[in-house]
Design a protein around this ligand. Structure first.
Ligand SMILES: C[S@@+](CC[C@H](N)C(=O)[O-])C[C@H]1O[C@@H](n2cnc3c(N)ncnc32)[C@H](O)[C@@H]1O
Length: 167
């Protein structure tokens, strides 16, 4: 079975919609580090954070040492929200046809890495802090993926157990 991960960057599925992106960006970001994972290609990666959690694989957030002070008290957190930049994803699709759906769905109704700002997020378990290296479980990205941000996960605020996405 073919998948978008096997396709060349410009391959499109029937029903997918491409737009022209704006000719300038509105802001810039600082990559605060890199993520080290066991996965070298998109095809090798777990499909999402849950699948990643189930592998039990320990990944490492390697923070640029200039941001080291920002880790003060981080070990108090059992879980973190990690934001990362899906640097291999195209950015110009507004309707996508995921293999498992077989029909079009809007980019903003999907967790696909393909989006105008290819920002991904996962809630991870913090296993160990070693200087500017954080060992965590539940990341689904390629080794070397740029790290954008780290935040504490608050179960009391962030968890909505009866949330639904529908069919
Ligand atoms: C469906 S996305 C979900 C990402 C994140 N957990 C989220 O919900 O925002 C995960 C998939 O993105 C792909 N991927 C991983 N690293 C990538 C990268 N650096 N650039 C583009 N795609 C990537 C892999 O196919 C992986 O299975």
């Amino acid at each position: 079975m073919s998948s978008i991960l096997d396709s060349k960057p410009n391959d499109l599925r029937e029903g997918e919609v491409v737009i022209a992106l704006p000719d300038h960006s509105d802001a810039s970001v600082y990559f605060i580090g890199r993520i080290r994972t066991p996965w070298k290609t998109r095809k090798d990666c777990p499909k999402n954070a849950r699948a990643a959690r189930e592998t039990g694989a320990v990944c490492t957030l390697e923070l640029d040492p200039r941001f080291a002070a920002g880790l003060l008290d981080i070990e108090r957190c059992s879980h973190l929200v990690v934001l990362y930049w899906m640097d291999k994803a195209r950015r110009d699709l507004v309707v996508q046809v995921p293999g498992h759906l077989g029909k079009g769905r809007g980019t903003f109704a999907l967790r696909s890495p393909v989006r105008p700002n290819p920002i991904a997020m996962s809630v991870v378990k913090l296993v160990k802090v070693d200087g500017t290296k954080l060992e965590v479980i539940a990341l689904d990205c390629i080794d070397g993926t740029p790290l954008l941000d780290i935040k504490p996960y608050y179960a009391s605020t962030d968890s909505i157990p009866d949330a639904m996405t529908g069919a």
